[in-house]
Design a protein around this ligand. Sequence first.
Ligand SMILES: [Zn+2]
Length: 157
Amino acid sequence: MIVFDLSCDAGHRFEGWFGSSDDFAQQREDGKLVCPLCGSAVVDKAPMAPAVGRKGNQLATKPAPASGPVAPVANAPMPPEVAQAMVKLAEAQAKALKDSTWVGRKFAEESRAMHYGEQAHAAIHGEASPEEAKALLDEGIPVAPLPFPVAPPDKLN
Ligand SMILES: [Zn+2]
Protein backbone atom coordinates (compact mmCIF):
# COMPACT_ATOMS: atom_id res chain seq x y z
CA MET A 1 0.00 0.00 0.00
CA ILE A 2 1.10 3.51 -0.68
CA VAL A 3 -0.45 6.73 0.49
CA PHE A 4 -0.81 9.83 -1.64
CA ASP A 5 -1.67 13.32 -0.57
CA LEU A 6 -4.55 14.27 -2.83
CA SER A 7 -6.38 17.48 -3.52
CA CYS A 8 -9.57 18.29 -5.41
CA ASP A 9 -10.23 21.25 -7.67
CA ALA A 10 -11.69 23.11 -4.70
CA GLY A 11 -8.39 22.82 -2.89
CA HIS A 12 -9.43 20.22 -0.31
CA ARG A 13 -6.61 18.03 0.80
CA PHE A 14 -7.00 14.43 1.82
CA GLU A 15 -5.07 11.20 1.80
CA GLY A 16 -5.74 8.24 -0.42
CA TRP A 17 -4.44 4.72 -0.03
CA PHE A 18 -3.66 2.69 -3.13
CA GLY A 19 -2.20 -0.68 -3.94
CA SER A 20 0.23 0.94 -6.31
CA SER A 21 0.87 4.04 -8.34
CA ASP A 22 -0.92 2.38 -11.28
CA ASP A 23 -3.89 1.66 -9.04
CA PHE A 24 -4.11 5.36 -8.27
CA ALA A 25 -3.91 6.31 -11.96
CA GLN A 26 -6.58 3.74 -12.85
CA GLN A 27 -9.00 4.88 -10.16
CA ARG A 28 -8.49 8.48 -11.14
CA GLU A 29 -9.13 7.69 -14.81
CA ASP A 30 -12.28 5.79 -13.93
CA GLY A 31 -13.57 8.75 -11.92
CA LYS A 32 -13.65 6.64 -8.77
CA LEU A 33 -11.60 9.16 -6.87
CA VAL A 34 -13.85 11.72 -5.29
CA CYS A 35 -13.15 14.36 -2.72
CA PRO A 36 -14.63 13.24 0.63
CA LEU A 37 -15.41 16.86 1.46
CA CYS A 38 -17.18 18.12 -1.64
CA GLY A 39 -17.60 15.09 -3.85
CA SER A 40 -15.61 16.54 -6.70
CA ALA A 41 -14.15 13.91 -9.01
CA VAL A 42 -11.45 16.30 -10.15
CA VAL A 43 -8.80 14.89 -7.92
CA ASP A 44 -5.07 14.79 -8.35
CA LYS A 45 -1.96 14.32 -6.31
CA ALA A 46 -1.41 17.32 -4.12
CA PRO A 47 1.84 19.18 -4.36
CA MET A 48 4.24 18.19 -1.61
CA ALA A 49 2.66 19.31 1.61
CA PRO A 50 4.67 21.65 3.76
CA ALA A 51 5.67 20.12 7.07
CA VAL A 52 4.04 22.94 9.02
CA GLY A 53 0.75 22.05 10.63
CA ARG A 54 0.97 18.37 9.87
CA LYS A 55 0.98 15.61 12.39
CA GLY A 56 4.42 14.40 13.21
CA ASN A 57 6.10 17.66 12.35
CA GLN A 58 7.69 17.61 15.81
CA LEU A 59 10.26 15.41 14.14
CA ALA A 60 11.19 18.30 11.88
CA THR A 61 12.68 20.20 14.78
CA LYS A 62 15.79 18.34 15.78
CA PRO A 63 16.76 18.53 19.42
CA ALA A 64 20.15 20.02 19.98
CA PRO A 65 22.76 17.32 20.53
CA ALA A 66 23.43 16.87 24.20
CA SER A 67 26.81 17.95 25.42
CA GLY A 68 28.97 15.75 27.58
CA PRO A 69 29.81 12.07 27.31
CA VAL A 70 27.96 10.07 24.72
CA ALA A 71 27.03 6.40 24.63
CA PRO A 72 26.57 4.19 21.60
CA VAL A 73 22.96 3.74 20.53
CA ALA A 74 21.05 2.00 17.76
CA ASN A 75 17.54 2.43 16.48
CA ALA A 76 17.10 -1.28 15.90
CA PRO A 77 15.86 -3.54 18.66
CA MET A 78 18.41 -5.87 20.21
CA PRO A 79 18.11 -9.49 19.15
CA PRO A 80 16.84 -11.59 22.09
CA GLU A 81 20.19 -13.36 22.52
CA VAL A 82 21.95 -10.02 22.85
CA ALA A 83 19.37 -8.77 25.32
CA GLN A 84 19.80 -11.98 27.32
CA ALA A 85 23.58 -11.67 27.23
CA MET A 86 23.24 -8.10 28.49
CA VAL A 87 21.13 -9.28 31.40
CA LYS A 88 23.71 -11.97 32.19
CA LEU A 89 26.50 -9.42 32.06
CA ALA A 90 24.58 -7.01 34.25
CA GLU A 91 24.03 -9.82 36.74
CA ALA A 92 27.71 -10.73 36.60
CA GLN A 93 28.63 -7.13 37.27
CA ALA A 94 26.23 -6.94 40.22
CA LYS A 95 27.77 -10.16 41.59
CA ALA A 96 31.29 -8.83 41.13
CA LEU A 97 30.34 -5.66 42.99
CA LYS A 98 28.57 -7.46 45.81
CA ASP A 99 31.50 -7.04 48.19
CA SER A 100 32.50 -3.72 46.74
CA THR A 101 31.55 -0.43 48.34
CA TRP A 102 29.88 2.33 46.42
CA VAL A 103 31.81 5.57 46.93
CA GLY A 104 30.13 7.65 44.25
CA ARG A 105 32.08 10.70 43.16
CA LYS A 106 34.76 10.03 45.78
CA PHE A 107 36.09 7.15 43.68
CA ALA A 108 39.25 8.89 42.48
CA GLU A 109 40.04 10.24 45.97
CA GLU A 110 39.48 6.88 47.67
CA SER A 111 41.44 4.94 45.05
CA ARG A 112 44.37 7.29 45.52
CA ALA A 113 44.23 7.03 49.31
CA MET A 114 44.39 3.24 49.06
CA HIS A 115 47.10 3.27 46.44
CA TYR A 116 49.34 5.46 48.55
CA GLY A 117 48.63 3.45 51.68
CA GLU A 118 46.68 6.16 53.47
CA GLN A 119 43.76 3.84 53.71
CA ALA A 120 43.30 0.06 53.89
CA HIS A 121 42.65 -1.52 50.56
CA ALA A 122 39.06 -2.41 49.85
CA ALA A 123 36.97 -3.02 46.81
CA ILE A 124 35.19 0.13 45.79
CA HIS A 125 33.26 1.36 42.84
CA GLY A 126 31.86 4.73 42.03
CA GLU A 127 31.93 7.42 39.44
CA ALA A 128 34.86 9.11 37.77
CA SER A 129 35.12 11.44 34.84
CA PRO A 130 37.21 10.26 31.89
CA GLU A 131 39.87 12.76 33.00
CA GLU A 132 39.93 11.38 36.54
CA ALA A 133 40.11 7.80 35.28
CA LYS A 134 42.99 8.68 32.98
CA ALA A 135 44.83 10.48 35.79
CA LEU A 136 44.46 7.40 38.03
CA LEU A 137 45.80 5.14 35.29
CA ASP A 138 48.69 7.53 34.71
CA GLU A 139 49.54 7.17 38.41
CA GLY A 140 49.55 3.40 38.04
CA ILE A 141 46.27 2.95 39.88
CA PRO A 142 44.23 0.25 38.15
CA VAL A 143 40.71 1.34 37.29
CA ALA A 144 38.34 -0.26 34.86
CA PRO A 145 35.13 1.07 33.42
CA LEU A 146 32.00 -0.81 34.39
CA PRO A 147 29.97 -2.00 31.42
CA PHE A 148 26.72 -1.01 33.08
CA PRO A 149 25.74 2.03 35.07
CA VAL A 150 25.34 1.41 38.78
CA ALA A 151 22.42 2.96 40.60
CA PRO A 152 23.83 4.66 43.66
CA PRO A 153 22.44 3.17 46.86
CA ASP A 154 20.35 5.49 48.98
CA LYS A 155 22.95 5.76 51.69
CA LEU A 156 26.56 6.33 50.87
CA ASN A 157 28.99 4.46 53.06
ZN1 LIG B 1 -13.18 18.96 -2.41
